[in-house]
Design a binder for this molecule. Structure first.
Ligand SMILES: NC(=O)c1ccc[n+]([C@@H]2O[C@H](COP(=O)([O-])OP(=O)(O)OC[C@H]3O[C@@H](n4cnc5c(N)ncnc54)[C@H](O)[C@@H]3O)[C@@H](O)[C@H]2O)c1
Length: 428
């Protein structure tokens, strides 16, 4: 029996210890799903605070409730550690570390490099290593394979290496880790077979592709597709504004076409850890190959222009009431990058607040999911949401359309509303 067959047999018997490196928005839901599938899971994170919390059944991720985590801990099959020496124990390791951009918008793969170095120190025969972090095509083959093979072990025969992008959509009530189809690309055919067998008990649908590069590119295409289409919707918002037409009405009507159209909505700009960042990974890779990715760059330009567009709308609206932005009291509703979540990474609300403050406005915010935040030198606390706070503002700006907000009250009580999401009720 080969070591690949041994590992596949262990997966079938659920006799696998699965390691997860990076227990954040992606790693923690995956860890819980693997426990639910019957595996034992050892989570590894460099944050002692995260590790301690998880071992006590306290989740720091909204999509995983304390009850779900506690249930996983109580099975006795989940534990977390900050000790990298223990990475030799798992049979399989999924790497879910961040992949941000540097200050110059180049990929920062230092977390992947650090995680790979940690795995390398304890790599042993029979382990399967699967990268989940979004990254540019070639990362698994160019960064991970040589580092891991420097141990003397050979990929495909001694250990297995694959890329499988995480598609988690925080706050999505319908699609979570288990029922979202998962793409898998192996470094060799055996690597693919092993990775598929490992994920099979935990994920409803697996989608094999022929290489790790194809799998890496799938994720970048998905997020570039969103960025480009949101860019188009945002350009339509600018076009409609100039024509005096309601862009949401146009898009909703276009979306009644049962074929050949997919609805994307305009808004205050892009946010989150994926859509504003991932297309840059591809653009960067292609620059190195002397190719300029035009759609990606154009969508990026349009989407990053949106906070300015909406701040100008606030200025115009105040002007219509005989007021200036300078000295105006502006209540921003929602700072999370999308509705019903607590994540403010890359949120356009942060740009909007900064731009308004630069123009001399007195800005407060309310967000039911974000009690406070600190961004550069800006430290803010959510103010109460009440008829008084709404009525007292010269302008209420809806930036994130959280479900918990009473938009009817805003419509009825606010002096002025700039609604970047079309959240206000129409009609009565
Ligand atoms: N958040 C999303 O919605 C989402 C969706 C799909 C894909 N992704 C991708 O998944 C990856 C992870 O994103 P995330 O949102 O889960 O990040 P996150 O910041 O929520 O979590 C990352 C975790 O990794 C830990 N970490 C960092 N370096 C480490 C190291 N060297 N060893 C061990 N732990 C380390 C951090 O302490 C943190 O707890 C990224 O590549 C991201 O692009 C994210």
């Amino acid at each position: 029996m080969t070591i690949a067959d041994e590992l596949i047999g262990k997966a079938e018997r659920r006799d696998v210890l699965f390691g997860i490196i990076g227990l954040g928005y992606v790693g923690l839901p995956l860890a819980v799903e693997l426990v639910n599938a019957g595996y034992r899971v050892l989570g590894y994170d460099i944050s002692q605070r995260v590790v301690d919390g998880l071992n006590q059944g306290k989740s720091h991720i909204k999509d995983i409730s304390d009850a779900q985590l506690l249930a996983a801990v109580k099975t006795g099959r989940f534990s977390a550690t900050s000790d990298p020496d223990r990475l030799g124990e798992p049979d399989a390791i999924s790497i879910c570390v961040p992949t941000p951009l540097s200050k110059f918008k180049d990929p920062d793969v230092s977390y992947i490099v650090a995680a790979t170095e940690a795995v390398k120190k304890t790599l042993r025969r029979g382990q399967a290593i699967i990268l989940e972090s979004t990254t540019y095509p070639g990362t698994t083959r160019e960064i991970m394979q040589p580092a891991l093979e420097a141990t003397g072990l050979k990929v495909g025969t001694d250990f297995f290496l694959a890329f499988s992008p995480e598609r988690v959509d925080p706050g999505n009530p319908t699609y979570q880790t288990k029922n979202t189809p998962k793409v898998v690309g192996g470094m060799t055919a055996t690597c693919l077979k092993v990775a598929m067998a490992l994920y099979h008990p935990a994920i409803d649908t697996l989608v094999p592709v022929s290489t790790t590069e194809a799998a890496e590119l799938v994720k970048l295409l998905e997020n570039t597709f969103r960025s480009v289409n949101i860019g188009l919707a945002n350009e339509m918002a600018i076009v409609c504004d100039k024509l005096g037409v309601d862009v949401w009405e146009v898009i909703e009507a276009a979306a009644t076409k049962p074929f050949g159209f997919m609805k994307f909505l305009p808004g205050p700009g892009l946010g989150g850890h994926c859509i504003p960042i991932d297309p840059h990974y591809l653009a960067w890779k292609m620059r190195g190959l002397n190719y300029k990715t035009r759609f990606i760059d154009l969508a990026g330009e349009l989407n990053t222009e949106m906070p300015n567009f909406w701040v100008r709308k606030v200025g115009d609206a105040l002007n219509g009431h005989g007021k200036a932005v300078r000295g105006a009291k502006i209540l921003v509703l929602g700072v999370a990058y999308k509705k019903d979540i607590d994540d403010i990474r890359e949120s356009p609300a942060l740009d909007i607040i900064r731009l308004l403050q630069q123009q001399g406005a007195t800005v407060t915010y309310h967000d039911p999911h974000v009690p406070s935040f600190k961004e550069d030198h800006n430290e803010m606390r959510s103010v109460p949401f009440s008829t008084e706070s709404v009525a007292a503002a010269d302008c209420v700006m809806i930036v994130t359309d959280h479900t918990a907000i009473d938009y009817r009250m805003i419509r009825d009580r606010a002096q002025l509303v700039v609604d970047t999401r079309r959240a206000l009720p129409r009609g009565d």
